[in-house]
Design a protein around this ligand. Structure first.
Ligand code: FAD
Length: 814
């Protein structure tokens, strides 16, 4: 039969006929967008999908991903009733703890699961064995069971989604290879294929391991590494295959299993992973004919997994193998998906599923359809947003090192504040050598080395304040010492990693007013704290804006958010047709914060500038000199103490740090790190984007209504939604809870229970060294978000009493 002709235009072109592409197409059509064509260079499910093991586990460390996976299960149940069922077997799933630390992790997960109504329960080793009789209980401490987990046939899922999409009007074109993507003025206008060209407005790149190659067609970098991933399928060994076995994971032994008719599938995450076609100097280079194909078996790499599999399921020792599958899968440097719109308008990506694409496909399709049709995914997808990757990910070696580290430690327990080790040090402050020489304990964010604390300060701290359990792992008494020194005298903090963005040009004032909820184009030298909202009023970004000249503004945002915020600002500028230049100047300036009651006295020894409140008010900025060095000073604080952030051209950075330390010595100035900042900001109630405030929360709900200027001329994006919310009244508010036991510290995502009902989840938490209390923030129903309300927070399976307290917990100081 002659191949159907390609249409000459379609609104949306989806590239890739795996589970990703089929699901995105289905969900677009389900939302009513049926002018969609899917292009697949070979047959459907001829990429990674056909060789998947098909396990569908729902619970993940990230609440959003868990919600997405739960939706996938809902969808797979529904598809099971169609004419092309995906082979969904709701077998339940077991996760074993073969160590006490793993049991702690499991208890923590059980507590999160409560916030989603996921029926995850703790079970004994014997319970696990009664459900999965082939397993040995040797070394098993306990386990968790989730009755709604399951498995399916991945290729069948792909066909099932594709058929559902076809039924709604989506057209699929197999044996159609996309060779190029055309753009005009930074916007997608079409694709060229080996069967002709198609005009379109939107391209969704669902290319799996090929996604990076496809993105290169428009000069976009997607840091995906094809990694070989292996599992085996045994010959029949189950006595009664009609008894459905749950899926089984034993992360301490690095292995997973599922039933395959009368045999077992067994796979795992090796400690010595193997990238495929990518190395330290080259990005992926996948053969043009790699479809429906596998990689050669690799027994050397699989040795540890094979041995471990026999410990947990002894029959594996004698099991004959029906097949060995070694296939490439798209892994990312942080084990999270790559979703969203790239810097090219209309060019979206949904790839890099890190061996979770089957579990994730339903949810991925749903959020991507919303992203394409509504302009935002409808939920907080920051962890998966393609805009999270900074410039360092253009490097094949950086990308590969991080990917290998994450793959090889995939099943390891990561204690809070765990730091990655690969590709360090990379980005350093000019004062880095000083920090290293003075006992700094460094953490890493976006490639930057940042001081967490100085071990040298530990002697002045109090070991008795070490939090109980997990939060006590990467803890140092130095944090308390740095916190107290800042509150009592002064602290100096190196914040050079802050992302700094300059917005300039004739259109800058009006552009910024249109995208910010606060009034930011005020007097020259004024500093404004503001949010950038989506049309639902959700917070897409949160930063300060300083007007440094008539048409020049500095935006300062968090270290991790630089590339995200830059992409957001540029996108909004294109949408508004703003005459602005948006320039990343992060590396040009070092930033040091001098905060504390003695900050003014210390700075005054270095400058003749008038630093009084009258001359240099809060939330203003000025250029001055400190000793020999020209700086821009911003009178701002993130810790609730009086002081300044000094922005200095990088070549002066080392000198300025030294000068400030020397000037501060007579006043008892102490250098401090990010852990102390975190503790102080919790006491003062400053919000952090990505935890306390997200695209799913509005300024009113977050207690940031003081930033919202509903009446400013011309309005701003999100105003109508906020206006409606203000009129209707908010139904929840970010509350601060003080735990009854000071050394029991929450880590985030724990359920908050009031009157026996789970009503919220912790957004961020920690210990406040001045208030001597364990603090946690959570969105609570408005009637409960009032001081005095009693609550409980589930820490590792134990409900700890807490009370809602007035904010800020520590009174006002600047
Ligand atoms: C061994 C193994 C076991 C796994 N086990 C599990 C599991 O148990 N559970 C789980 O959830 N996940 C698992 N996964 C992961 C899962 O299989 C993948 O995440 C998922 O299948 C990826 O789907 P996709 O649609 O992104 O990519 P793919 O299925 O690879 O689809 C991408 C498609 O794009 C097409 N394409 C590429 N370039 C072009 C072009 N230029 N023009 C047109 N078409 C193009 C390709 O031909 C391909 O068909 C496993 C993966 C492997 C390798």
């Amino acid at each position: 039969m002659a191949a159907r002709e390609l249409p000459t235009r379609a609104r949306v072109v989806v590239i890739g006929g795996g589970v990703g592409g089929a699901s995105v197409a289905y969900h677009l059509a389900e939302r009513g967008e049926t002018d969609v064509i899917v292009m697949e260079r070979d047959e459907l499910t001829s990429g990674s999908t056909f060789h998947s093991a098909g396990l569908v586990g729902q619970l993940r460390a990230d609440p959003t991903l868990t919600r997405m996976n739960m939706y996938s299960v809902e969808l797979y149940r529904k598809l099971q009733g169609t004419q092309t069922p995906p082979g969904w077997t709701e077998s339940g799933g077991i996760k074993l703890a073969s160590s006490t630390q793993r049991l702690e992790e499991i208890r923590r997960q059980i507590s999160w699961a409560r916030t989603f109504d996921l029926p995850l329960v703790e079970i004994s080793a014997q319970d696990a064995q009664s459900m999965f009789p082939l397993m040995s209980t040797e070394g098993v401490v306990a386990g968790a069971y989730l009755s709604s987990d399951g498995h399916l046939d991945p290729s069948q899922l792909c066909y099932s989604l594709a058929n559902a999409a076809r039924a709604l009007g989506v057209k699929f074109f197999t044996h159609t290879r996309v060779l190029g993507i055309t753009t005009t003025e930074g916007r997608v206008t079409g694709v060229s294929t080996d069967r002709g060209d198609v005009e379109c407005e939107v391209v969704v790149n669902c290319g799996g391991i090929f996604a990076a190659e496809i993105a290169r067609m428009v000069g976009v970098r997607i840091p995906i590494v094809p990694m070989s991933h292996q599992y085996v399928v045994t010959q029949p060994l189950l006595e009664d295959p009609s008894v459905v076995l749950p899926t089984l994971r034993d992360p301490d032994l690095l292995v997973y299993y599922r039933q395959d008719v009368a045999g077992l599938v067994m796979g795992g995450y090796e400690r010595n992973p193997a990238p495929w076609t990518a190395d330290m100097t080259h990005v992926d280079d996948i053969p043009a004919d790699f479809n429906g194909r596998l990689l050669p078996e690799d027994w050397t790499r699989f040795e540890e997994i094979t041995e471990n599999s026999q410990i947990r399921v002894p029959v594996m020792a004698d099991a004959e193998l029906r097949k060995v599958i070694n296939g490439p899968e798209a892994f990312t440097p942080d084990n999270e998906f790559c979703l969203g719109e790239t810097e090219v308008d209309g060019f979206f990506v949904a790839a890099g599923f890190c061996a979770h694409g089957i579990a994730g496909a339903g949810g991925i399709g749903q959020v991507m359809a919303a992203w394409v049709l509504d302009g935002d995914p409808g939920m907080d997808l920051w962890h998966m947003d393609i805009r999270r990757f900074g410039g360092q990910y253009r490097s094949p070696s950086f990308t590969l090192k991080r990917t290998l580290e994450n793959y090889s430690t995939y099943y390891d327990i990561k204690y809070p504040l765990h730091e990655r080790e690969s590709a360090r040090p990379l980005r350093m402050s000019p004062a880095y050598a000083w920090h290293a020489a003075h006992g700094a304990s460094f953490g890493e964010k976006s490639g930057w080395e940042r001081v967490n604390h100085y071990e040298a300060n530990a002697a002045a701290g109090d070991e008795a304040l070490r939090p109980v359990g997990w939060p006590g792992h990467h803890w140092s008494p130095a944090v308390g010492a740095e916190h107290r020194a800042t509150r009592e005298r002064a602290g100096l903090f190196d914040e050079s990693s802050f992302a700094k963005i300059e917005v300039s040009g004739p259109g800058a004032p009006s552009y910024l007013e249109q995208i910010c909820d606060n009034q930011v184009a005020r007097g020259i030298g004024d500093v404004t704290y503001t949010q950038v909202l989506n049309h639902r009023g959700g917070i897409e970004a949160d930063f300060t804006v300083t007007r440094v000249a008539e048409a020049t503004f500095w935006i300062v945002t968090g270290t991790s958010y630089g590339s995200h915020d830059l992409a957001l600002l540029r996108k909004r500028a294109r949408e508004l047709g703003a005459d602005v230049r948006i320039h990343d100047m992060t590396g040009q300036y070092a930033t040091y914060a001098l905060w504390g009651p003695s900050a003014r006295e210390i700075a005054s020894t270095l400058t003749s500038a008038d630093l009084s409140d009258e001359a240099f008010g809060f939330m203003t900025s000025a250029e001055l000199t400190l000793g020999d060095i020209p700086v821009r000073a911003l009178r701002v604080t993130f810790v609730g103490e009086h002081g300044w952030e000094f922005y200095v051209s990088s070549e002066y950075g080392a000198s300025l740090w030294r000068s400030l330390m020397e000037a501060g010595e007579p006043f008892g100035l102490v250098p401090g790190g990010y852990r102390a900042i975190e503790s102080m900001r919790l006491e003062k109630g400053y919000r952090v984007w990505s935890t306390d405030i997200t695209p799913e929360t509005t300024p009113y709900e977050a207690g940031l209504g003081f930033c919202v200027k509903l009446d400013k001329p011309g309005g701003f994006i999100g105003r109508e939604a906020l206006l409606a919310q203000k009129e209707a009244g908010i139904s929840r508010r970010l509350a601060c809870l003080r735990l009854d036991e000071p050394l029991r510290v929450a880590l985030g995502s724990e359920p908050v229970r009031i009157a026996g009902k789970v009503v919220g989840r912790v957004t961020s938490a920690g210990y406040g060294y001045t208030v001597e209390a364990s603090l946690a923030y959570a969105y609570l129903p408005i009637e409960l978000a009032v001081a005095g309300t009693r609550a409980d927070i589930d820490l590792f399976g134990e409900w700890i009493g807490a009370e809602v307290v007035k904010q800020p917990v520590l009174g006002s100081t600047r």
